[in-house]
Design a protein around this ligand. Sequence first.
Ligand SMILES: [Zn+2]
Length: 571
Amino acid sequence: MDLVNALTGQVIHYPANGKESGSLFGGNRAIIPAELTCSRGPMKKWFRIAGLGSVLLLPATLTAQQAPELPALKQTAVAEVDRLQTLTQQMVDQIFSYSELGFQEFETSRYVTGILEKNGFRVERSVAGIPTAWVATHGSGKPVIAFITDEDCIPRASQKPGVAYHDPMVEGAPGHGEGHNSGMAVNVTAAMVLKKLMNEHHLAGTIKIFPGIAEELLGTKAFFVRAGLLKDVDLVLGAHVESEFSTSYGTGNGEWSGLVSVQYFFHGKAAHAASAPWDGKSALDGVSLMNAGWEFRREHLRLQQRSHYVITNGGDQPNVVPSEAAVWYYFRELDYPHIKSLYEIGNTMADAAAKMSNTTVDHKLVGSAWPPFFNKVIAEAQHKNMEAVGMPKWSEADQTLAKALQKEIGAKAEGLKEKVEPLTEPEKKPAGGGSDDVGDISWNVPMVYLMYPANIPHLPGHSWANAVAMATPIAHKGSTAGAKVQAMTALDFLLQPELVKQAWDYFRDVQTKEIHYESFLAPEDKPMIDMNKEKMEKFLPQLKKYYYDSAKYKSYLEQLGITYPTVKAQP
Ligand SMILES: [Zn+2]
């Protein structure tokens, strides 16, 4: 890729893509200081210059001189994130109030892209054939640093924020019972600060922001990869809500699995269930036999497998032989070959069940995810920034809410975490656990996942309890802290091209030395963009009444008239 250095007018040459070139910056790029004149007078700046194919060695004196610049920029970034605290809080609260399920993130996407556009980012909508997906970009040239975080929520997790017991906003409605409402506040705040610093200090590079659409369905990242959205990206900084500050590399704590999520549709023949059952073929029999078969088989699978299912269609009423029935499986394992083998066993089981029940069956891939693998070089840089930022200062009210909720659900009433744990080596014997479709991205581009402290520890996950803190000062402070680390880590890589190269060296020489990414998607697989449509439409009129109005109210708690914290009277 050729482009003109904004400062010098000199044409510089970068490889089109870190993946295609043998080395990303290949030693033909160095950082040198220059006296520059900008609108505010002469300033010492760093800029990148590349000899066309020549090798410029980085003189030790220059490396040494570079040091004070980066810390100063990081300090400015932290101050700028603090300056944006109100906007960060508003984003957390606004997205919490939208409570949108996967593939139905229409209000959320409109809101977030609106903020980004207003702040000068270029936005492309409906990417990868997904109506709620988008990508926002600022800047140009290398390195290209992408931020990603989820937006979708959990069915039936509706909950009043700041209340330490189950009290739904709208009974039965979706809610942010995972905390995905805070991720965009983290990444958008960080990106806005970076844009400002890049403009003021003429830093070369590109910032991209992606939403994690339908993450709860593991529904989109493999499609993002297939659509080529990541192909120019040099590194990805993901962010996910947690109850602590942490990051990891490799397979991390070993509690990640990959998966395929598959729906099986059985087709039979309707008949009167009492007067002519012999004329019917029960699709529900097919589903039941498949599930029974799977339960027997489970005993003889590796301990690392995790599988679970729900019957999404069990027929209409008992006196009609069900002509249609469906069951939805998640097949989880630790690596691609094992996941693929579970998928094949599932398909065989479905065919056998169809034979036994005299029905037919077909299946549809709903989602897929490689087990994530994170980059050591980025994780180490990120962890240093995490230690520098430190945990948020929790108030007594924050701790009271946390302890009351922990007590309410029967967890250890330890309150909120106060310190950043050290970065640990990856677990040697991974046991598996949950999945995240960022896994697919992590096998295509060096990536890390920043876990930021915006929720309460020891909660069950995917439930109303995980929504309690998510529009309170706990989520607000945690998101601000997360944004600082995201901005600082991006600066590490914007200003030190050699670190980008090291991240790619680890990606090539360690991570993908023997394992190569292969998508679970068949060419005919398409994103299931109509999923959750009916569920969302059902609750939309009630949810709309509770959308947060940031022009009128300082916080969502204020709008809802909730005293913070609201806890049960202690005996
Ligand atoms: Zn999540």
